[in-house]
Design a protein around this ligand. Structure first.
Ligand code: PLP
Ligand code: COI
Length: 343
């Protein structure tokens, strides 16, 4: 199969429509068979549940070309599970896990020419999402839904790839106590747009959100969890009911503990202890691990000792191991890699 003629090395994190996408519809209480389509546009009622009351949730995962030329996805079963959790909270009918995995297989196989070649640094980002498509005007769940999954070749989420970024402590909260911070609801991202725009206008790459109740604990950014390294080499990641349970974070903590033999702590992290960490980064599907060089807390600057030039040695080791697993150069824990059969 010939790859598309794309400047893979210089891709950014942007949307490029590919040949095929997957669509399934929920009507009369059941999901239809679902299948691939060429049509990237959606026609719906002006009164659709998604347009009126933001009844929508999504996922993000990636497909990779491995060093030996196979195409694989990374832990898509966990994305299927998390989408079910998000859907339940938003009264969207669950999309069955087996159907989700089959949709990933079909979508990636049909777009194999769009999977960036091994070694280019680019990957195929897959975006599954679900939304209320039938009209609602009183505040209630829609009767009909659409599940879609498209993919797009992407480069690094942050400009400069693994160059450390500067972030600020946000005065806005991204989630309420007992709210929707732990699911991947579109509404969590809508409320973050003003905050990220303001951060960018002030010269920051991202926001550090604090816990909404006491504003003393570190939560996450708009699109990634945090990961820190202590002086003695322990990996620490914040635990909270109002952050998204990142699949990358869960995988990194496992890799650190079970493959690299490091000490890991998944626990509450106070903002006041951040100056004691020697490395800091963001982790997520889009972000992979992106290093943080400096955190600005209302004018009080916290310089992370790993500095502004490059990622620190511990996070570099973690990143290399994770991407090695994803690209087939490091042996993966059982069940983490799902190979796509390309016809
Ligand atoms: N936190 C938020 C708010 C996110 O949007 C994401 C992205 O999916 C993550 C964390 C990272 O999660 P994952 O590693 O599953 O991509
Ligand atoms: C992802 O990492 O997949 C996300 O959904 C984050 C988003 C901000 C791009």
């Amino acid at each position: 199969m010939d790859k598309k003629n794309i400047d893979w090395e210089n891709l950014t994190f942007a949307y490029t429509p590919t040949d095929k996408r997957y669509v399934a519809n929920f009507k009369n209480g059941a999901w239809d068979e679902g299948g691939l389509t060429d049509e990237p546009n959606i026609v719906m009622s002006e009164c659709a549940g998604v347009l009126q009351y933001a009844q929508t949730c999504f996922e993000g995962l990636k497909a990779y070309e491995t060093a030996d030329g196979r195409i694989v996805t990374f832990r898509p079963d966990l994305n299927a599970d998390r989408l079910i959790d998000s859907a339940k909270r938003l009264v969207i009918p669950e999309f069955p896990k087996e159907k989700f995995l089959d949709a990933v297989d079909q979508l990636v196989a049909a777009n194999a020419a769009w999977v960036p070649p091994y070694g280019t640094g680019a990957t195929l980002y897959i975006r599954p999402f679900m939304f209320g498509i039938s009209p609602v005007i009183g505040v209630k769940p829609a009767d009909e839904y659409q599940f879609r999954m498209f993919c797009t070749p992407v480069g690094p989420y942050f400009k400069g790839g693994v160059k450390p970024i500067v972030i600020r402590v946000s005065d806005y909260d991204r989630a309420a106590p007992h709210g929707t911070g732990d699911i991947k609801a579109g509404l969590n991202y809508a409320m973050s747009l003003h905050v990220i725009q303001e951060a960018h206008d002030q010269g920051f790459g991202e926001n550090m959100y604090l816990d909404p109740k006491t504003r003393t604990k570190v939560e996450e950014t708009g699109g990634a969890n945090f990961i820190f390294v202590t002086k003695d080499g322990t990996i620490v990641s914040p635990k909270s009911d109002s952050i998204l349970p990142s699949i990358t974070r869960r995988s990194l903590l496992y890799v650190a503990e079970h493959i690299l033999g490091m000490k890991v702590e998944h626990r509450e992290v106070l903002l006041s202890e951040v100056p004691e960490f020697v490395e800091a980064g963001l982790c997520g599907t889009a972000a992979v691990i992106s290093p943080i060089g400096q955190i600005n807390d209302h004018g009080k600057v916290i310089n992370i000792p790993s500095g502004m030039d490059e990622m620190g040695p511990v996070l570099t080791k973690l990143r290399e191991t994770l991407t090695g697993i994803q690209m087939g150069t490091v042996e993966a824990p059982e069940g983490w890699i799902r190979e796509i059969k390309v016809k």
